[in-house]
Design a protein around this ligand. Structure first.
Ligand SMILES: NC(=O)c1ccc[n+]([C@@H]2O[C@H](COP(=O)([O-])OP(=O)(O)OC[C@H]3O[C@@H](n4cnc5c(N)ncnc54)[C@H](OP(=O)(O)O)[C@@H]3O)[C@@H](O)[C@H]2O)c1
Length: 256
C-alpha cells in the first residue's frame, strides 16, 4: 500500500507554492507540507528567512526559494513562471499578508491600496497565472489565509477586514468558476495566532491586554502549526470534495 493510500493527507509527489513562507503561518505550512511529502516553492521578501525555513524542512534540497515583493506585479509574474518551471503545481497557499490598524479618520487612498495589494491583489494575480492551462495539474488546490476579521469587527480594522472579506468572496466565486476543471479553492480564517505579526500588533499592549485577547478565544491563543494542519488538510486528497469554504481556525472565537 503506498503512502497516499495509508494517509489521505499525504502530499507525496505534489508541488506546492507557499507565499509568506519566511515567517509565521506560511513557514509552519511549508514545514508541514514538506513533512507530508510535498516539494515546496517558498516565497517572501527576506531570502535569509526563506533559507531558515528551508533548513527546517524535510529534504531541504527538494525545495526552491524565490525572494521578492508581492506588491510588484512584475515579480508576481516572475514568481509564477519560476514556480511552474520545475513542473506543474498541485497546490498554492497564499499566507503572505500584513495588518495595519487604521482608524477610519485617517484612512487614505494609499492605506486602502496597501491593504488590498498583498492579501487580496497578489492572491488574484497568482490565481490567474497558476490556473492557466499547463501551469497546474488536475486536482489543483488553492488555499488563501484569510481571517476571522472578515466576519467580526474590531476598532481600526476596517481596511484589513475589507481585504479579508474580499478574499473570502473571491474564494467562493473562484471555487464555482473553477470546479468544472476540478480546481478547488478554499480559505482558512485564523483568529489570534502566536506569530511575529501578532507580536508586532500587541507589542505595546502589555501582558494583561494580551491575556484578554487570549481569553476571548475559548481555546486560547493559537499556534501557526495549528493553522498549517488545516491548510494541509485542504491541500490534500482528504479534502477532495471540499471547495468554496472559508474555514475558521479560531479556537472557537466565532462560535460565541
Ligand atoms: N497571526 C495572526 O494572529 C493572524 C490572524 C488572522 C489572519 N492572519 C493572516 O495570516 C497570514 C500570515 O500572517 P502571520 O501571522 O504568519 O504573519 P507573519 O509572521 O508576519 O508573516 C507574514 C508573511 O507575509 C510575507 N509578506 C508580507 N508582505 C509581503 C510582501 N509585500 N511581499 C511578499 N511577502 C510579504 C512576510 O514575508 P517577508 O517579510 O519576508 O516579506 C511573511 O512571510 C496573513 O495573511 C495574516 O493576515 C494572521
Amino acid at each position: 500500500m503506498d503512502a497516499t493510500a495509508c494517509n489521505p493527507m499525504s502530499l507525496v509527489g505534489r508541488r506546492v507554492l507557499v507565499t509568506g513562507a519566511s515567517s509565521g503561518i506560511g513557514r509552519a505550512t511549508a514545514v508541514l507540507a514538506a513533512a507530508l511529502g510535498a516539494d515546496v516553492v517558498l516565497t517572501g521578501r527576506r531570502s535569509e528567512e526563506l533559507e531558515r525555513t528551508r533548513g527546517l524542512m524535510a529534504r531541504p534540497d527538494a525545495h526552491m526559494a524565490v525572494a521578492g515583493d508581492l506588491k510588484d506585479a512584475a515579480f508576481v509574474d516572475e514568481l509564477a513562471a519560476s514556480a511552474v518551471d520545475g513542473g506543474r503545481l498541485d497546490g498554492f497557499v497564499h499566507a503572505a499578508g500584513a495588518c495595519t490598524v487604521v482608524p477610519v479618520g485617517v484612512v487614505s487612498p494609499a492605506v486602502l491600496a496597501d491593504s488590498m495589494s498583498v492579501g487580496y491583489g497578489a492572491f488574484m494575480l497568482l490565481m490567474r497565472r497558476l490556473t492557466r492551462k499547463g501551469s497546474s495539474n488536475d486536482g489543483f488546490s488553492a488555499v488563501a489565509v484569510s481571517s476571522v476579521s472578515a466576519e467580526a469587527g474590531w476598532p481600526g480594522g476596517a481596511p484589513y477586514a475589507g481585504s479579508k472579506g474580499a478574499v473570502n468572496a473571491a474564494v467562493r466565486a473562484l471555487a464555482v468558476e473553477l470546479a468544472p476543471r476540478r480546481i478547488r479553492v478554499n480559505a482558512v480564517c485564523p483568529s489570534h495566532i502566536r506569530t511575529p505579526l501578532f507580536e508586532s500588533l500587541t507589542a505595546g499592549a502589555g501582558e494583561s491586554a494580551k491575556a484578554a485577547l487570549a481569553a476571548r478565544q475559548p481555546l486560547g491563543l493559537g499556534d501557526p502549526e495549528q493553522v498549517a494542519s488545516a491548510i494541509c488538510f485542504l491541500l490534500s486528497g482528504a479534502a477532495s470534495f471540499v471547495t468554496g469554504v472559508c474555514l475558521p481556525v479560531d479556537g472557537g472565537y466565532l462560535a460565541q
